[in-house]
Ligand binder design. Structure first.
Ligand code: GCV
Length: 701
């Protein structure tokens, strides 16, 4: 080969390499659900006029430019899509929609096909630029999901005012319960990353981010950090995202050198007032505080014999002049001899119903324990009619296999939102408490503990991007079905192949039940290895607090298994409204998915299937394993319709999930068998190792 020939060959190889790298990059999951390639209807949009001038309108313009084919023009006379406000667009003003747009509120929008003489125009209008941004993303979603864009007639407004991501980011850049890399902002903030984070959130209607861990460090309130947060707020502002912080309740001591953090002490009150003034000087649209107090070692008002309401209201008073809010977490539990942790939040907070200031919301986890694979709804949702309440979800999968297990959480969240509290009779669903329609709560909201990080694909596992997406969509509209959300996400993110979409959506909708089956079936909960909470350790009994030990929750013995929360036990079931309490308290009417949450039943207890509890437990664990196996096989068949990089990455994760599901089944059944003394029923596979081996070493992630 001549020198020239070898140079040509080298060039060809390099070109191939570049193409390969570009392809890998293009499919590395970074783009999330914001993909505008191969949209059949794009050609129909000849030109777009974005009529308005602001940083947010620039974002709208940029986003529409990404569509490719259409030209963004100044002149609405020839545009096929017009975006704007009555104040900024003559075309929109002439439509005389002011009254309707005002009714849709500052974040709402209208999308309509208007016949204008010889042409049809699609109009996206709002009273604010942020509203048009949301409308634009709605329109793009229609294109991405290949829905008709003829005769559009949409009026949208978010059901909830506050739609927030909580970030448990620490000062050193680590993320508590984060599995997708480091904090996006605590280390060296990458501006491009921040913009893309904000853009992704805006596309699903998220309008706030709590930037630091609720296990808070006082340093976050120093000028150094406040300046940093102000810079982040500047990046987020055009996307309609406000910044919030988690203050440490004892900051007046640590930063202000005061002798106390007593919320009724005048010097403490003044310190917080000044701190609030300082924050708002730097961040004029600062959202407010999220507070974890007197919980898991965090300081709080109880330290000074004051109440949670005293603490929340003091902070709320400091923020009120600036229109800031306080989200006070209900995740509080004190150690008392012989108590039921599931009862703690209700006992501590319900007596303060009606005692919180108007700019306070109580942030309550969906269930009474702690983001378990399945929990019944938290009884506080049916018990505080005079308190503004917002649910807290955990998008990051602390108890659901980290970033290794495929679990579509919308199904679980739907189950929660659809739960009937009976607070105002039948039909008083949690969704109606949360959206304010039941109790007429003025401030409404929802928060999700984020699963994002610096990993290139944001969430550590491509499929788990769906949970970030689903959270945003449900926060906007808590009535959306899990199926609709799954279908949208799959089409936008993975494939347009109709058969593949149907298959993936089915898997997504089945995934939560499957994980519950192989981790904590029939109402079992908190069977996790101490500390990290990855694999199973139902035998765990060495934590200093009884309620940090799995044995406290399942109470397995030679008689049976389960936590008796009825009259014969802790009677926590009485925290629910009588209609709900009656249903849960009776083993005949208690849904079997909650059976061992509320009852300690014998191993030979007959279930609706006609099988005894012990056998049924085995069947559930086996069913969970079987599902993962068949999902792996199904996924393998999809190899042609999803880009090879993400397909392979997902296949790898599914292999880990199968290993883990088998481990969960074997460890749990072997352990429970030491009490039941029964053989495994036919069809349930036997463990490959003795129990001692599962006990000796945690499942590795
Ligand atoms: C931020 C659980 C988690 C903790 C978390 C806590 C909370 O206990 O394990 O990591 O702390 O919930 O929600 O405050």
């Amino acid at each position: 080969m001549s020198h020239r020939q070898s140079r040509t060959l080298l060039l060809i190889v390099l070109c191939f390499l570049c193409l390969f790298v570009a392809k890998v990059k293009a499919d590395d999951g970074y783009r999330l659900w914001l993909r505008y390639d191969q949209l059949p209807q794009r050609e129909r949009i000849k030109s777009i006029a974005v009529e308005g001038k602001s940083a947010t309108f620039d974002v709208v313009r940029n986003e529409l430019t990404l569509l490719g084919a259409p030209v963004v023009v100044e002149d609405s006379d020839h545009a096929s899509v017009i975006v704007g406000l009555p104040q900024t667009s003559t075309f929109i003003r002439k439509l005389r929609w002011e009254a309707e747009l005002n009714r849709l509120g500052p974040e709402g929008y209208r999308i309509r096909t208007i016949s204008d003489g010889h042409r049809n125009v699609i109009v996206i209008a709002s009273t604010t630029d942020i509203g048009t941004l949301y409308g634009t993303f709605h329109f793009l979603r229609l294109l991405q999901t290949e829905q008709s864009i003829d005769r559009l007639r949409t009026d949208e407004r978010p059901a909830l005012k506050l739609r927030l991501l909580d970030h448990w980011d620490n000062i050193d850049g680590s993320i508590e319960r984060g599995y997708a890399g480091k904090s996006l902002w605590m280390g060296m903030a990458d501006n491009r990353r921040l913009v893309d984070y904000a853009r992704a959130n805006a596309s699903i209607g998220i309008n706030g981010a709590v930037l630091n861990n609720v296990n808070a460090n006082s340093e976050f309130l120093t000028t150094k950090y406040l300046n940093k947060f102000a810079a982040i707020a500047d990046v987020f502002r055009p996307y309609g995202i406000r910044v919030y912080l988690s203050p440490r309740f004892s900051a007046p001591i640590e930063l202000g050198k005061l002798p106390t953090a007593d919320p009724l002490d005048p010097a403490v009150i003044e310190w917080w007032k000044q701190k609030a003034d300082e924050i708002y000087k730097l961040i004029p649209d600062f959202g407010g505080f999220l507070v974890k107090a007197n919980s898991e070692g965090q300081p709080g008002p109880r330290t000074y014999n004051r109440t949670h309401a005293d603490g929340a209201n003091m902070l709320a008073a400091a923020l009120a002049p600036h229109h800031g809010i306080v989200m006070w977490r209900a995740f509080v539990y004190d150690m008392k001899p012989g108590y039921d942790r599931a009862a703690a939040a209700y006992e501590e907070l319900q007596p303060f119903d009606g005692k919180f200031a108007p700019n306070v919301l109580l942030q309550v986890k969906n269930g009474p324990i702690d983001f378990q694979p399945r929990e019944p709804f938290h009884p506080l949702f049916g018990a505080m009619p005079r308190t503004q309440m917002m649910p807290e979800f955990q998008i990051t999968q602390e108890y659901l296999g980290f970033d290794n297990h495929f679990v579509f959480l919308a199904t679980m969240w739907r189950e929660f939102l659809d739960s009937d509290t009976y607070a105002r009779g039948r039909g008083s669903t949690v969704a109606r408490v949360v959206d304010g329609s039941l109790y007429r709560q003025r401030l409404t909201g929802i928060a999700g503990v984020a699963n994002t990080g610096t990993d290139r694909n944001w969430t550590g596992y491509d499929l788990l991007q769906a949970n970030w997406y689903a959270f945003g969509r449900l926060a906007w509209n808590p009535q959306l079905s899990a199926e609709q959300i799954a279908t949208e996400w799959t089409r936008m993110t993975l494939t347009h192949d109709a058969r593949a979409v149907t298959t993936i959506v089915r898997l997504m909708l089945e995934s939560h039940e499957a994980v519950v089956n192989y981790m904590t079936p029939l109402g079992l909960h908190h069977l996790f290895w101490g500390g990290h909470h990855y694999g199973p350790a139902p035998w765990w009994d060495t934590e200093k607090r009884a309620d940090w030990n799995p044995v406290y929750y399942h109470k397995a013995d030679s008689f049976g298994i389960g936590f008796d929360r009825t009259k014969t036990g802790s009677n926590t079931v009485s925290q629910y409204r009588p209609e709900v309490a009656r249903q849960f308290a009776n083993t005949d009417t208690c849904p079997e998915k909650y059976l061992l949450w509320f009852h300690h039943v014998p191993w030979d207890f007959m279930l609706k299937s006609g099988d005894a509890l012990w056998d049924e437990l085995g069947f559930h664990y086996q069913r969970g394993v079987d599902w993962v196996r068949s999902t792996r096989a199904t996924w393998a068949e999809l190899s042609g319709v999803i880009d090879p990089e993400r397909h392979a990455a997902i296949a790898k994760k599914l292999a880990i999930q199968e290993r883990d599901a088998v481990w969960w089944r074997d460890a749990c059944l072997l352990y429970f068998q030491t009490f039941s003394k029964e053989q495994l029923p036919p069809g349930v596979e036997h463990a490959a190792k003795p129990l001692s081996e599962y006990k000796a070493k945690a499942l590795d992630w």
